[in-house]
Design a protein around this ligand. Structure first.
Ligand SMILES: C[S@@+](CC[C@H](N)C(=O)[O-])C[C@H]1O[C@@H](n2cnc3c(N)ncnc32)[C@H](O)[C@@H]1O
Length: 203
């Protein structure tokens, strides 16, 4: 792994994920969840302030040591049970059907085999448990989608493996989840990066 990817890209990516304007999207993603939740691609814990009190514990999976360090203060402020659950969302070190719900935000774009990670989440969440996803992805507008394909290679280099052209709805359904609701629209910002999907699915 090069120096940029190891040391600078996580800082750059976390800064991109930090705007306050994303707060409403994050809050909507985790609202009404209960019990023990697993979050993969945890990053610097930017969803933690939005979890409702009904979430009693978080198991987090995050490979980047820099991201984990950047999340330390948020984990402390969370003040509830918190566990690290391994380094790779594609191979979870978690027992079958042991958790109440799963959350992924802005990480299905980056995890190399996003479908494998979504299948793993289905394995560890109890039957009937929920998956919440917040993600950017391929735009339905062909002009924007063409730009996304043009920019995709550059994006992967500067943003730690992030893809602009993935379809989160397709990934979630292919991994065997049943989608209950989908909310899609452009968030403020340059359109190739700003077509957001917030979805809720059940195992
Ligand atoms: C764009 S960041 C999103 C961070 C956070 N979820 C947020 O919303 O701010 C993508 C995260 O996915 C993590 N990641 C990359 N490969 C992964 C893998 N195989 N398993 C789990 N997480 C991974 C990266 O280290 C990074 O922290």
């Amino acid at each position: 792994m090069g120096l940029y990817r190891r040391f600078l890209a996580p800082r750059f990516v976390d800064t991109i994920c930090s705007p306050k304007a994303l707060g409403a999207w994050r809050a909507r993603c985790v609202e009404d969840l209960t019990g023990h939740v697993i979050e993969i691609g945890f990053g610097a814990g930017r969803n933690l302030p939005y979890y409702p009190d009904s979430v009693t514990a978080i198991t987090a999976v995050e490979p980047s040591a820099i991201m984990r360090q950047r999340g330390a203060r948020r984990i402390e402020a969370f003040g509830r049970e918190f566990h690290w659950g391994g380094l790779d969302g594609q191979r979870l070190e978690v027992a079958d059907a042991s958790l109440d719900a799963a959350v992924v935000t802005f990480s299905l774009c980056t995890i190399p085999d996003a479908q494998a990670a979504l299948r793993e989440l289905r394995r560890v969440v109890k039957p009937g448990g929920e998956l919440r996803v917040l993600e950017h992805g391929i735009s339905p507008d062909p002009k924007i989608a063409r730009w996304q394909h043009r920019l995709d290679g550059f994006e992967q280099v500067i943003a730690d493996g992030c893809h602009l052209t993935r379809d989160p709805v397709e990934a979630v359904t292919s991994a065997g989840w049943t989608i209950n609701s989908t909310y899609q629209r452009y968030a403020p910002g340059p359109k190739p990066w700003a077509y957001f999907t917030s979805l809720r699915a059940q195992s």
